[in-house]
Ligand binder design. Structure first.
Ligand code: COA
Ligand code: MG
Length: 296
C-alpha cells in the first residue's frame, strides 16, 4: 500500500535532552526513534536538547531503528536553529509538527535539498513526516500529503487537535474521529504510511492495546508512543498475528485453487471469499514479510 517499505509500527518519542531515554529506546529496537525538540522539551532546554541530539546522532549506533528528529513548527522562531544544528547529525528524517500548509513542507524540503547538495549526500533521502494536529491541518491534509516527495508518512495528533478546536478529549474519542479518519484516508489515497495518535495513560496498557487495535483496523500502519511499555505492544499489534498470517495463507491458496477451477467467488469456513478478501489477505502477507525482514 505504501510507496516505501519502511516499517514504523512504533514511533517512540522522547525528550531530546534525555540521552538516557535515547539510549534506552535504542536498546528496545523500536522501528523509529523520535528525538523531540518541540513540546516534550522545556523552553530553557531547547539548546541543550539540540546538542544532545547531535551527540546521539554522531556517536550512538541506532541499529535498525530509524533516526528521526521532531523539530519545532516551520514558521516558529525555534525551527531554524533546530534544523541548523541537528542536520549536522544527518538524521533519516524530520517529524514536522502542526503542519497546516504545503508551503511549510516545501520550505523544509528546500532546506534539506540545499544541505544534501552542500554536504554531498544523496538527493531527496531525508524524509519529512508531517503531524496533522490542528483544524486547519485537517482541512488541508491533501496539500500537506502532496507537498513534496520527501513526505512518506502522515501522523495524526489528537491531543493538539482537541486543544486547537476547543474539544474535550474522551476515551471514546468521537471528538477527533472525523480527523483520525481523514488523515488515514488521505495517507492511503496518496500511498503514504499513516501513524496513529498518542495514548497518554501510561499505566492503562489494556486501553492502549485496544486503541492500537482500533487504529490498525482503520488502516493505520503504526502508532506514536511515549513509553517503552507502549512501544513493545505497538510493535506486536501493528504486525500481523500468527493466526492472521495462517488465515491469509489459506485464503490465498484456496483462491488459487478456485481460479484454477474457474471460480471467482467461493466459500471458506462458511464465509464468502472473492477478490477484495484475497487482496486484504495479500496485504497481510506482505506486511508479515516486511516485519520478518525488518525492512527499513
Ligand atoms: N523513551 C525511552 N525511554 C523511556 C521513555 C521514552 N519515551 N519513557 C520512559 N523511559 C524509560 C525511563 O528512562 C526509565 O528507565 P530508567 O529507569 O532506566 O531510566 C524506564 O523507561 C521507566 O520509566 P518510568 O519511570 O515508567 O517513566 P518516567 O516517569 O521516567 O517518565 C515520562 C514518564 C512521561 C516523562 C516519559 O515516559 C517520557 O518522557 N515520555 C515521552 C515524552 C515525550 O517525548 N513527549 C513529547 C511527544 S508526545
Ligand atoms: Mg503535539
Amino acid at each position: 500500500m505504501t510507496k516505501t517499505p519502511h516499517l514504523r509500527r512504533a514511533m517512540l518519542f522522547m525528550p531530546g535532552d534525555s540521552l538516557r531515554k535515547i539510549e534506552k529506546a535504542i536498546g528496545l529496537g523500536a522501528d523509529s526513534i523520535v528525538m523531540d525538540l518541540e513540546d516534550g522539551v522545556a523552553f530553557s532546554q531547547k539548546a541543550a536538547a539540540r546538542h544532545t541530539i547531535v551527540q546521539a546522532l554522531q556517536t550512538l549506533d541506532f541499529g535498525r531503528s530509524e533516526r528521526l528528529v521532531r523539530m519545532n513548527p516551520v514558521g516558529s522562531e525555534l525551527a531554524e536553529d533546530d534544523l541548523r544544528s541537528t542536520i549536522t547529525g544527518r538524521p533519516a528524517g524530520y517529524v514536522l509538527p502542526k503542519a497546516e500548509f504545503a508551503e511549510q513542507v516545501e520550505m523544509l524540503a528546500e532546506f534539506l535539498t540545499l544541505e544534501e547538495r552542500a554536504r554531498g549526500w544523496p538527493a531527496g533521502q531525508i524524509k519529512i513526516l508531517p503531524i496533522v494536529e490542528t483544524a486547519l491541518g485537517v482541512m488541508n491534509v491533501r496539500e500537506i500529503a502532496l507537498a513534496d516527495p520527501r513526505v512518506d508518512a502522515l501522523l495524526f495528533g489528537a491531543e493538539d487537535l482537541a486543544g486547537d478546536m476547543g474539544a474535550v478529549r474522551t476515551s471514546a474519542g468521537w471528538e477527533v474521529f472525523y480527523a483520525r479518519s481523514a488523515v488515514v484516508m488521505a495517507a492511503k489515497a496518496y500511498r503514504l504510511q499513516a501513524i496513529d495518535q498518542v495514548y497518554f495513560d501510561l499505566n492503562n496498557l489494556e486501553g492502549f492495546e485496544a486503541e492500537c487495535q482500533t487504529g490498525r483496523q482503520m488502516a493505520y500502519d503504526g502508532k506514536m508512543v511515549i513509553h517503552p511499555r507502549q512501544a513493545e505492544i505497538a510493535q506486536r499489534v501493528f504486525a500481523p498475528s500468527p493466526e492472521e498470517i495462517q488465515r491469509a495463507q489459506r485464503i490465498v491458496q484456496a483462491h488459487e485453487e478456485a481460479q484454477a477451477a474457474g471460480l471467482g467467488a467461493f466459500a471458506l469456513d462458511g464465509r464468502m471469499v472473492d477478490m477484495p478478501v484475497v487482496r486484504m489477505a495479500e496485504q497481510v502477507l506482505s506486511k508479515a514479510k516486511a516485519a520478518v525482514n525488518g525492512d527499513r
